[in-house]
Design a protein around this ligand. Structure first.
Ligand code: GLC
Length: 743
C-alpha cells in the first residue's frame, strides 16, 4: 500500500476536474461498444485525461486488463481504475437467490458462497461488489425481497456479516478477495405499498430496532463501501440526506468507508423535487456525504463551478477523493492495478466442479418443505413420476440480478436432474402450460389447452405428479413489484385440473418472493419452496425430492394467505386488541374476510422426520440486574434449553429457534424476537439438549432519547420449530440492586 501521506500528496497535485472524474462512475461501455470514459462517454469529453475513477458492470479478465492499460496510459497520476459490479448471489456460478440462501439459516454456508463468488469475480477483474443488500423486508409485494434475507433483524444481520466476510476475508488485497458495498441505506424494503422506489416513513425506534442492525453488522464485519437508497425518508431523499449520510453514518456510527450513490440517484434528486437541476443535485449529494456518483454526471459537470462560486469547499472534494483512493490502496491497486484479473484463472475457476457442487448443496439446503401429507415425499424408486409444469424443464432458475454475470444456459433443469439422478425408475414429462411474464403484457403465448391435455393424459399413467410452478424471474427483483402475489392463473388452472386425476401431487414452487399459496397448498399433497435455486437448482431440488438430502430449509419470511395481508411479519407489536384465537374476532386486530396470521410463519419448515420438544427449562427465574461490565462482556444472564428428540424413522436437521419477548417496556415491543437458533441433525430416536445463553444485549432495545436500554421486568423465552411456537418459560429481570418489587 502507498499509505495516507502518498495519497494526500497525490490529491494535492490533482485538478478539480480530475477529482470530479475520480468521484464519477460510468457504465463500462458505450452503446457502440467503445469504452466509456476512456475514449468518449456521457461526460462528452473525448479527451478526459483523468477518465472516470471506476466502471460499473464491467468485467472479464481480458477486457478489464485492456481497459486498465488504456486508462493508466491516459491518467496523469497513474491512478488505477476500479471495476465494480453486482455480484449478489454468485458470479458465473449462480447460487440460490439471497432469500433462498437465508432460508438455509446457515450464515456459514452463505459466507462460503460469497467467497466462491469473490474468487470467480476477482479472476474476471472485479474488485468491488454491490452486496450485501441489508434491507429488512416485510412486504412480499416488493420485488427486491428476493435479494434480501427477509423480515428479521437478527437473521438479516447474521447474513449481511457473513457475505462481507466471504467477499473480503481479512484483507481485500489478498488473492480472490473483493471489497463489499452494503446497501441500500436505509429502509429501502419499507417502500410504501411494496412499490419499488416509493416513499418510506420509518420512525427513529423502528430505524434502530428493525432496519439498522443488518447495516451495523456489515460495518462491524468491515465492509468498505455503502450505498444510499433511492427513496425518501420522511420526505428527504437518502442520497441528499446529510442527517443520514453524515450525522448518522459518519458521526454516530463512525463509518469511514466510501459512499457511492445508487444508479443515477444523484440526478434523480431533480425528480424527487428537492433540486432544480444537476448543479443543485451535485451540491446536495456531495454536501450529504456521497463520494462517488454512479453513472449520472452531475459531479463531473458541476463541481468546478460550485467550487468557484464558493458553494463547496476543496476540503469536501479532497475528503471524498481520499476515501476513494484509500479504497483503491487497500485493494493493492497502486502496486498491482490488475489485482487478480487472469484469463487462465478465470477459465479454471468459473463454474468449476467444486463451485457447482457448493451451488447444488446450497440449492438443496435452501428448499423449504411446507407440506407433506401422507409422506408423499421423498419419492420412492418405484414411483412412476409425471413431471409437469412450465418450470419443470426450464433454465429460468436464476433471478434477475444473478443474470448480470451468470447464464441460464449453464443451469441444470429439474427434468435433467430427475432423469439423471438414478433414483427413479420412470419419469415422464410434459410442460402442462407456458410460463407467462406479466412484465410483457403484450406477449403472445401458445394455447395452453393442448399442453394441459397432454399433461392430464400423462398424469393418468403415473403414480405421482411432480408439478413445478412459479413466477418468471422478471417478475421479482428490481422494479419487480407485484400488486397480486399469486401463482399465474394458467398455472393454477393446471394444478386444479391435475388435482382431479386423483394422484398425489408434489408441487415445487420457484419464485423470488413469498407467494400467496392458500389454494395451491389445498390442492397439493406436498409443497416444496425452492426460490430461484441457481445454476445447480435442478440437482438441488432433485436431491431433496428423492431424499438424498433431507429438507432443512426454514422460512426467512412469513408467507401471507393473500396479497391483501402484506406487509405481514412475525415480530409485530401486540396492539391494544390482539387476536389470539387465530379466527376472525370482531373488534380485534385482523380482517373480516381472512384468519389473522400468515399461511406459513417465519421460521417454519418440515423435514422427512418428526421432532418433539420438551417444555422450556430456564437456569433461573429471577435474574439480578447485570453490571455494565457484564452487559458489555456478553455474560450469560441465564440459560434456556429444551430436549429435542427425533421421533421418526429418518435422520433429520431441525432448526431450533429461540425467541424472546419483553412483556412490558417503556415502548411497545414485538410479541417476540428471534435471538438465537441452532441447526441440529439427529438420527432416528436420538435426543439432545439444546441450550441457549441469554445475554443482556438480547434483552436491550433502542429507545429514542435514551439509546439502547436494558429494562427490568418480565421476559418470556420461547423455544420451538418456528415463530408461532407457544412453548415458553418466563423469567424476571430484577431492578438494579433490588428485588422483584424494586426493594
Ligand atoms: C441498481 C440497484 C443497486 C445496484 C446498482 C448498480 O439500480 O438499485 O442495488 O447495485 O443499480 O447496478
Amino acid at each position: 500500500m502507498i499509505g495516507k501521506e502518498r495519497i494526500r500528496e497525490l490529491i494535492s497535485r490533482m485538478t478539480v476536474r480530475e477529482k470530479a472524474a475520480e468521484m464519477s462512475q460510468l457504465w463500462g461501455e458505450n452503446p457502440d461498444g467503445t469504452l466509456m470514459g476512456l475514449e468518449q462517454g456521457i461526460h462528452r469529453d473525448p479527451f478526459l485525461d483523468a477518465n472516470a475513477g471506476s466502471l460499473l458492470g464491467y468485467y472479464g479478465a481480458e477486457r478489464t486488463i485492456r481497459a486498465q492499460k488504456m486508462h493508466l496510459e491516459k491518467n496523469r497520476h497513474k491512478i488505477p481504475l476500479l471495476f465494480m459490479t453486482d455480484v449478489i448471489h454468485g458470479f458465473k456460478t449462480a447460487f440460490p437467490s439471497v432469500l433462498g440462501l437465508a432460508a438455509t439459516w446457515n450464515p456459514k454456508l452463505a459466507e462460503q458462497t460469497a467467497a466462491v463468488a469473490a474468487a470467480e469475480a476477482a479472476s474476471s477483474g472485479v474488485c468491488v461488489t454491490f452486496s450485501p443488500m441489508a434491507d429488512l423486508v416485510r412486504d412480499a409485494r416488493w420485488g427486491r425481497v428476493t435479494e434480501s434475507a427477509g423480515e428479521d433483524p437478527y437473521l438479516n444481520a447474521l447474513f449481511a456479516a457473513a457475505f462481507v466476510r466471504g467477499y473480503q476475508g481479512d484483507d481485500v488485497s489478498a488473492p480472490g478477495k473483493i471489497a463489499s458495498c452494503v446497501k441500500h441505506f436505509a429502509g429501502y424494503g419499507a417502500a410504501e405499498g411494496g412499490r419499488d422506489y416509493d416513499s418510506v416513513q420509518i420512525g427513529e425506534a423502528s430505524l434502530w430496532n428493525d432496519y439498522l442492525p443488518p447495516f451495523l453488522a456489515a460495518m462491524e464485519a468491515g465492509c468498505k463501501l455503502l450505498m444510499p437508497a433511492f427513496h425518501t425518508m420522511d420526505g428527504v431523499p437518502c442520497t441528499a440526506s446529510r442527517e443520514l449520510l453524515t450525522g448518522l453514518l459518519r458521526d454516530r456510527l463512525g463509518f469511514t468507508g466510501t459512499v457511492i450513490s445508487d444508479c443515477t440517484a444523484v440526478w434523480e434528486l431533480i425528480c424527487h423535487g428537492v433540486c432544480a437541476d444537476e448543479k443543485e443535485a451535485a451540491l446536495a449529494a456531495v454536501g450529504a456525504g456521497v463520494d462517488i456518483e454512479m453513472v449520472s454526471s452531475s459531479f463531473y459537470d458541476n463541481l468546478e463551478s460550485l467550487l468557484a462560486e464558493g458553494k463547496m469547499t476543496m476540503e469536501q472534494l479532497d475528503n471524498a477523493v481520499e476515501r476513494i483512493l484509500t479504497l483503491k490502496d487497500e485493494l493493492g491497486l497502486f502496486e498491482n492495478p490488475y489485482k487478480d484479473a487472469d484469463p487462465e484463472a478465470e477459465q479454471k475457476l468459473l463454474l468449476c466442479p467444486a463451485h457447482r457442487q457448493l451451488a447444488r448443496e446450497a440449492a438443496a439446503n435452501s428448499a423449504v418443505l411446507l407440506k407433506n401429507e401422507g409422506g408423499v415425499l421423498p419419492l420412492r424408486p418405484s414411483d412412476k413420476i409425471a413431471l409437469i409444469g412450465p418450470l419443470s424443464h426450464s433454465r429460468k432458475l436464476i433471478d434477475t440480478w444473478g443474470l448480470v454475470n451468470s447464464d441460464e444456459k449453464d443451469c441444470v433443469t429439474v427434468k435433467q436432474a430427475l432423469l439423471g439422478c438414478g433414483q427413479l425408475s420412470g419419469v415422464l414429462h410434459a410442460p402442462g402450460c407456458c410460463l407467462k411474464n406479466d412484465c410483457e403484457p403484450d406477449a403472445v403465448y401458445p394455447d395452453d389447452a393442448p399442453l394441459m391435455e397432454e399433461a392430464l393424459a400423462l398424469a393418468e399413467e403415473c403414480d405421482k405428479i411432480v408439478l413445478v410452478l412459479g413466477e418468471h424471474p422478471d417478475m421479482s427483483g428490481e422494479s419487480g413489484s407485484r400488486s397480486h402475489i399469486d401463482l399465474p392463473d394458467n398455472q393454477m388452472e393446471l394444478l386444479s385440473r391435475l388435482s382431479q386425476a386423483g394422484k398425489p401431487i408434489v408441487t415445487v414452487v420457484l419464485a423470488g418472493r413469498p407467494l400467496a399459496l392458500t389454494r395451491a397448498s389445498q390442492l397439493s399433497d406436498a409443497l416444496l419452496y425452492a426460490w430461484y435455486p441457481g445454476t445447480e437448482g435442478g440437482n438441488g431440488i432433485a436431491d431433496v425430492l428423492t431424499g438424498k438430502t433431507g429438507p432443512s430449509g426454514r422460512l426467512p419470511m412469513s408467507f401471507p394467505r393473500s396479497s391483501g395481508q402484506c406487509p405481514i411479519y412475525y415480530n409485530h407489536l401486540p396492539t391494544g386488541r390482539p387476536n389470539r384465537s387465530g379466527a376472525y374476532e370482531r373488534f380485534k386486530n385482523g380482517y373480516v374476510d381472512q384468519p389473522p396470521g400468515p399461511l406459513y410463519p417465519f421460521g417454519y419448515g418440515l423435514t422427512y422426520t418428526r421432532f418433539s420438544y420438551s417444555p422450556v427449562r430456564l437456569s433461573a427465574r429471577q435474574i439480578p440486574f447485570p453490571s455494565q461490565g457484564a452487559q458489555a462482556g456478553g455474560d450469560a444472564l441465564l440459560t434456556a434449553e429444551v430436549t429435542l428428540k427425533n421421533e421418526g424413522s429418518r435422520p433429520g436437521t431441525e432448526t431450533v429457534q429461540l425467541y424472546l419477548q419483553d412483556v412490558a417496556a417503556q415502548r411497545s415491543r414485538p410479541v417476540r424476537l428471534l435471538k438465537g437458533f441452532s441447526r441440529e441433525t439427529l438420527a432416528p430416536g436420538e435426543s439432545r439438549t439444546v441450550r441457549f445463553s441469554v445475554t443482556a444485549d438480547m434483552l436491550t432495545y433502542y429507545l429514542p432519547g435514551s439509546g439502547h436500554v436494558l429494562e427490568p421486568g418480565a421476559f418470556r423465552a420461547f423455544i420451538g420449530p418456528d415463530s408461532e411456537t407457544r412453548s415458553f418459560a418466563e423469567f424476571f429481570l430484577l431492578q438494579e440492586g433490588g428485588d422483584e418489587n424494586g426493594m
